[in-house]
Design a protein around this ligand. Structure first.
Ligand code: PEP
Ligand code: MN
Length: 340
């Protein structure tokens, strides 16, 4: 971290500033230019609040030269992480996976949808048993029964299951049931006790970007999980809130290459929550794929108008099968060696 000191600062003020920093266990390196003096701060600067420094009278500007996320950072782990999700399914580092299924687990109907998505080529099954609903009066999920239904479908189809955990107190139950991948939803992307709790397990975590979360906030959320000892984090771009009202959210396609640049963790795109309408899901799935996503999470329902949640954005099984054919073509096109 460097602090640029105002050219009006006196030697006494500079000395006082340096003492303040060194008094907190950091080393400093002062470089005096013609117009400005730069104080380099050496040590674990994640412990310093840059805003506090910037609020000091003699400080012009503060800049971080290393990112505050370490374990998620590609600088310290150059190779892509490959995460083992169970049932022989690995994601990242060239391994592409499609997670599909209904928004909510709704009972035995889950199996019909699960069979259809598997037939179309999905490699992981999704379904929410604990639902983060904006209204407390909306369907809240089937709870433990929903987890059992997911595990039954998983056993029949030999597919790992991805399902959302909302409460740190439920993490033990998810472990007992044998859930393969725990999803942290957008609304919980900064629920730090929950992030820490899933971090204490070795179970892969699909971590969604917050509703209005920046890329750095997503990486810091991953850091929370990883700092507790769980390296198995899959990042998910699911659209962010913007001024646009025509879609549920705005899919930030930029986030995919940016996350790949900054981090070694796999990145998945969720075109369903990003758009909110079935008609837009496929184009955005293709865009995510073309931008280099390591996978997709797509909501599928055989009777969208009857769905307990998010029917408006569900693909039907034939629509999903069509998407899967085109996704395979896009993946082939972007990996082709075109000899340039
Ligand atoms: C979901 O995956 O069903 C969900 C609620 O997603 P998000 O957290 O992205 O809104
Ligand atoms: Mn949903």
């Amino acid at each position: 971290m460097i602090a640029i000191v105002k050219d009006t600062a006196t030697e006494a003020q500079l000395g006082h500033f340096v003492n303040w920093i060194e008094g907190r266990g950091f080393k400093t390196n002062i470089s005096r230019g013609e117009h400005e003096t730069i104080v380099g701060i050496i040590g674990d600067t994640t412990l310093i609040d840059p805003f506090l420094l910037e609020s000091m009278e003699i400080v012009e500007q503060v800049k971080r030269v290393t990112e505050p996320f370490k374990k998620a950072n590609r600088k310290f782990h150059p190779a892509d992480s490959i995460i083992d999700c169970g049932h022989g399914v690995r994601i990242g580092g060239g391994n592409f996976q499609v997670i599909a299924g209904p928004c909510s687990v709704e009972g035995e109907g889950l199996l019909t949808i699960a069979r259809a998505v598997k037939k179309a080529g999905a490699t992981m099954l999704r379904g929410g048993a604990y639902k983060p609903r904006t209204s407390p009066y909306s369907h809240q999920g089937m709870g433990p029964t929903g987890l059992d239904l997911l595990m039954e479908a998983s056993a029949e189809l030999d597919m790992p299951v991805v399902t959302e955990v909302m409460d740190p107190r439920d993490v033990g139950l998810f472990l007992d049931k044998g859930i393969d991948v725990m999803q942290i939803g957008a609304r919980n992307a900064q629920n730090f006790p929950l992030l820490r709790e899933v971090g204490k397990t070795g179970v892969p975590v699909l971590l969604k970007r917050g509703l209005a979360g920046t890329i750095d906030e997503l990486l810091m959320a991953a850091e929370y999980i990883m700092s507790e000892g769980n390296p198995n984090v899959i990042l998910c771009e699911r659209g962010i809130r913007s001024f646009e009202t025509r879609t549920r959210n705005s899919f930030d396609v930029n986030a995919i290459p940016v996350l790949h640049h900054l981090s070694h963790l796999p990145v998945v795109g969720d075109p369903s929550h990003a758009t909110g309408y079935t008609r837009y899901v496929r184009p955005i799935a293709y865009a995510a794929c073309a931008a280099g996503a390591d996978g997709l999470e797509i909501e599928v329902h055989d009777r969208p108008s009857e769905a307990w949640s998010d029917g408006a954005q569900a693909l039907t099984p034939p629509q999903f099968a069509d998407a899967m054919r085109r996704i395979a073509l896009i993946r082939e096109a972007i990996s082709a060696d075109v000899g340039v």
